[in-house]
Unconditional design. Structure first.
Ligand code: RB5
Length: 145
C-alpha cells in the first residue's frame, strides 16, 4: 500500500499520480488534500510520513509546489527517507542508492506525464544494498542519538 498526499500546490499532480497507480493496479490510499484550497504542507506531510514511519503503509508519495517543504517535514519522522526527485536519474537513484520510502516531487515543476513516469521508475527499480546499506545504517544511527 502506498500513501499519497499533497498540498494545494501538488494537488493536480497528485491526482495524475493516483490515476497512474490505478492504471497499474497498484494499491494506494489518498491522504489528501482533496481540492485546490490552500492548506499547510506540514500537515499532509505528517500524515503520510507518520504512516510510513509506523509501518501502516510500506511507502509514500508526497507532492507540494516545489517538493521542498514536504521533504523537510517528512524527514523529521523516524525511519523515513523522503527523496525529492526531478528527473529519471534522481528517481532511479532514490531507489537504488537511497532506498527512499517516500518519493517527493514538485507539482509546480513537473507535468502530469513526467511525474507519473518518475513514479514508475521509482517503483520499478530495486535497492542495491551493500555499501549503500552501510550508509543508510549510519543515517539510522544518527537518528538514534
Ligand atoms: C505553497 O504555496 C508552497 O509553498 C508549497 O507547495 C511548497 O512548495 C513548499 O515547499
Amino acid at each position: 500500500m502506498i500513501a499519497v498526499g499533497s498540498d494545494h500546490g501538488g494537488y493536480e499532480l497528485k491526482q495524475a499520480v493516483c490515476e497512474y497507480l490505478k492504471s497499474r493496479q497498484i494499491s494506494y490510499e489518498d491522504y489528501g488534500t482533496y481540492d485546490t484550497e490552500s492548506v499547510d504542507y506540514p500537515d499532509v506531510a505528517a500524515k503520510v510520513a507518520d504512516a510510513v514511519s509506523k509501518g501502516v503503509v510500506k511507502e509514500g508519495i508526497l507532492i507540494c509546489g516545489t517538493g521542498i517543504g514536504v521533504s523537510i517535514a517528512a524527514n523529521k519522522f523516524p525511519g523515513v527517507r523522503a527523496a525529492l526527485v526531478h528527473d529519471a536519474f534522481t528517481a532511479q537513484m532514490a531507489r537504488e542508492h537511497n532506498n527512499a520510502n517516500i518519493l517527493v516531487m514538485g507539482g509546480r515543476i513537473l507535468s502530469a506525464a513526467e511525474g507519473a513516469r518518475l513514479v514508475g521508475i521509482w517503483l520499478d527499480h530495486q535497492f542495491e544494498g551493500g555499501r549503500h546499506q552501510n550508509r543508510l545504517s549510519k543515517i539510522s544511527a544518527t537518528e538514534q542519538k
